[in-house]
Design a protein around this ligand. Structure first.
Ligand SMILES: *Cc1c(COP(=O)(O)O)cnc(C)c1O
Length: 382
């Protein structure tokens, strides 16, 4: 019999979360239409971001769950090709573009949409003769300083791309940027101003919003023509929050990943006894401790110390001491009847949220979802 740990991926939760984002954008669109009476307004299209193996949920699961998305966005060319080959007919976006000239054959063959974020990429494109014009998003660096043409070079790059468009190398020519602080107090104002000043008057679709910006500033994604605007939510589609201080449930989002295991041993600690490596937890009173088959080699964060929330037999309790490679200890005081075999929820539908566990470990839900270890068996539910 395998270890009693497994992860369940709910395809319906993925689909539900996409619907929540869609509804949120519809509401912002209606509000925008009310403000600008006369100007027709349409909701933005949605790239569902499935990089990092669908934030740890699996590419197949993400493709099923996001079947109603307008497109899928990712980094890996092979993953994009796989999506196309397994029947995804709608757009696929490469968020980092391509890395060498030969990649453009893959982009062309699979009709991928690609980001172009630097001059060498544009030069590779200029030397390429595609079978079909390639749809691109030319990326502007508005202050994140990761990818994108700097503001002073953007319009020249855009003109260059327009020449390629006239030659049939480029099809749709879009504009894109990425916000550094959509989730924080700084917000997006400064970067959005740069985007509007440098690229606001140029034709073609625009794509600026990640999850945080989509949830917090949906109005900036509302456009006046179909396909003029694309949002790029990732984390919220998996039912986790992009914000430190607002949980995913308050948006109506549902966790799509549930990590579960069982208790495999029970210890009765006397006052002064300790548990685990480093003896970091010392019992003050007689304490029943459950040992759970889940450790950092499964993707549970080692930095989640005593007090991290965890659910045993439906009852919320806490982790005790240091997480080890294959096991961790929990306080059974609130669940006195729990015995060996008792079900444990580490995060997800019937456990704490992945964001709560992440906060206790000094990280973000993104990292825990992406770090789920391949050794954990996956069950997919419709
Ligand atoms: C990862 C990523 C996203 C999605 O970000 P979330 O915070 O998960 O919504 C959007 N755009 C780009 C360019 C990204 O790299």
């Amino acid at each position: 019999m395998p270890r009693p740990i497994s992860v369940t991926i709910s395809v319906s939760a993925l689909a539900h979360n996409l619907g929540v984002v869609r509804q949120h954008l519809d509401q912002a669109t209606a509000a925008g239409a009310a403000r600008s009476a006369g100007t027709p307004r349409v909701p933005p299209s949605i790239w569902a971001v499935i990089k990092a193996h669908g934030y740890g949920h699996g590419i197949e699961q993400a493709m099923q769950g996001f079947a109603q998305a307008d497109g899928l966005a990712m980094l890996d060319l092979a993953e994009a090709a796989h999506c196309r080959e397994s029947g995804w007919g709608k757009p696929l976006l490469l968020l980092e573009g391509y890395f060498e000239p030969d990649d453009l054959h893959v982009v062309d063959r699979h009709r991928l949409t690609t980001v172009v974020h630097c001059q060498p990429q544009l030069d590779m494109l200029a030397r390429f003769r595609p079978q079909h014009p390639l749809n691109i998003f030319l990326k502007l660096n508005t202050g994140m300083n990761r990818l994108g043409f700097e503001p002073g070079a953007y319009r020249q790059a855009y003109r260059h791309a327009q020449e390629l468009q006239a030659r049939g190398v480029v099809g749709t020519l879009g504009r894109m940027t990425h916000f550094a602080n959509a989730d924080g107090p700084q917000g997006i104002a400064a970067q959005h101003d740069v985007f509007r000043r440098v690229a606001g008057d140029l034709p073609g679709p625009a794509s600026v919003c990640n999850s945080a910006a989509t949830l917090r500033y949906p109005e900036i994604a509302v456009a006046d023509s179909p396909a003029a605007s694309w949002v790029r939510p990732g984390i919220c589609l998996y039912g986790a929050s992009p914000f430190f201080d607002t949980d995913a449930a308050s948006f109506g989002l549902r966790p799509a990943m549930s990590l579960r295991s069982r208790i495999i041993a029970i210890q009765a600690l006397q006052p002064g006894d300790t548990v685990g490596y480093g003896s970091l937890f010392t019992a003050q009173a007689p304490t029943r401790v459950g040992v759970v088959a889940c450790g950092y080699a499964d993707g549970y964060p080692r930095h989640a110390g005593t007090g991290t929330p965890i659910v045993v037999e439906g009852v919320r309790t806490r982790v005790l001491g240091r997480v080890s490679m294959d096991m961790l200890a929990v306080d059974l005081t609130p669940v006195p009847d729990a015995s060996i075999g008792a079900p444990v929820s580490l995060w997800g539908a019937d456990g704490p949220s992945v964001d709560e566990v992440a906060q206790a470990a000094g990280t973000i839900g993104y990292e825990l979802l992406c770090a789920l270890a391949p050794r954990v068996p996956v069950r997919t539910t419709p």
